[in-house]
Design a protein around this ligand. Structure first.
Ligand SMILES: Nc1ncnc2c1ncn2[C@@H]1O[C@H](COP(=O)(O)OP(=O)(O)OP(=O)(O)O)[C@@H](O)[C@H]1O
Ligand SMILES: [Mg+2]
Length: 225
């Protein structure tokens, strides 16, 4: 099988032109149910064909990630910000299914009974740009709650990025990256109140993949916000 993607949490293989297999470390049944629910409502998420244990077979998207599009200069930063905000807005119109939990890593995000679907990992590498528009992938972290937490987590993810880890193309254009970062941060911060930003930073601190350097960047960003 040809591996076409994968990060810390999973590997993605092309089965054929139409389907991919995503092999993770955990049972994918709940994630598959949520993706099917969203697909049924017309949200741009890959169609799920089968889920068995940690394996999920889904529609293969043809296109680059939004991050790769920006990196290649094919999509400008203002347009990328618009795509990300639009995905947030469309997702947050959707009521969460009853089975979706309202807290994660010990943090409740469904105060006042607001239960919209939150992705909680909505960043440029989890968006695939296709001829049929931008699709949102990687639903492992999704929970139910108030939209501002989703914007706040996107803010924290972008604030925590180390440009040195983004690959040689971007590393050679740090000034450009910092301008883009500032633009994205402002757009997300506008949509989340300070307590939500604090919760988002706590959420990122509780992620075992968040290292000391990223934590330090987050602390600084929170202070400056
Ligand atoms: N349905 C799909 N069609 C085509 N490519 C896909 C699809 N799903 C995932 N990919 C590719 O695999 C990569 C990783 O997918 P995904 O983000 O779901 O996995 P992950 O292991 O959780 O990633 P990470 O840990 O980096 O967040 C994506 O960036 C994309 O390039
Ligand atoms: Mg991902």
């Amino acid at each position: 099988m040809e591996q076409i993607g994968g990060g810390r949490a999973s590997q993605v293989f092309a089965l054929d032109d139409r389907r991919v297999l995503r092999r993770g470390a955990f049972d994918a049944a709940a994630e598959a149910r949520l993706m099917r629910y969203l697909h049924g409502l017309g949200f741009p998420v890959p169609e799920v064909f089968a889920a068995e244990g940690a394996d999920m077979t889904m529609e293969r998207l043809h296109g680059r990630t939004l991050g790769a599009e920006v990196n290649a200069g094919a999509i400008g930063v203002p347009e990328a910000a618009e795509i990300l905000l639009d995905l947030h807005d469309r997702l947050h119109e959707i009521d969460a299914p009853a089975e979706l939990r309202g807290s994660t890593r010990g943090l409740a995000m469904d105060a006042n009974g607001i239960r919209k679907v939150l992705h909680l990992d909505l960043h440029p590498e989890n968006v695939v740009v296709t001829d049929a528009g931008a699709f949102l992938i990687d639903w492992t972290n999704a929970i139910a709650g108030a939209p501002e937490y989703d914007f706040a987590v996107s803010w924290a993810i972008i604030a925590g990025v180390d440009p040195g880890e983004l690959g040689p193309e971007l590393a050679s254009q740090l000034a450009w990256f910092e301008t883009a970062r500032a633009e994205l941060l402002a757009a997300f911060r506008e949509r989340a109140a300070p307590p939500a930003l604090e919760t988002a930073v706590a959420y990122r601190f509780a992620d075992p993949n968040t290292n000391a350097a990223e934590s330090e960047r987050l602390r600084k960003a929170l202070k400056a916000s």
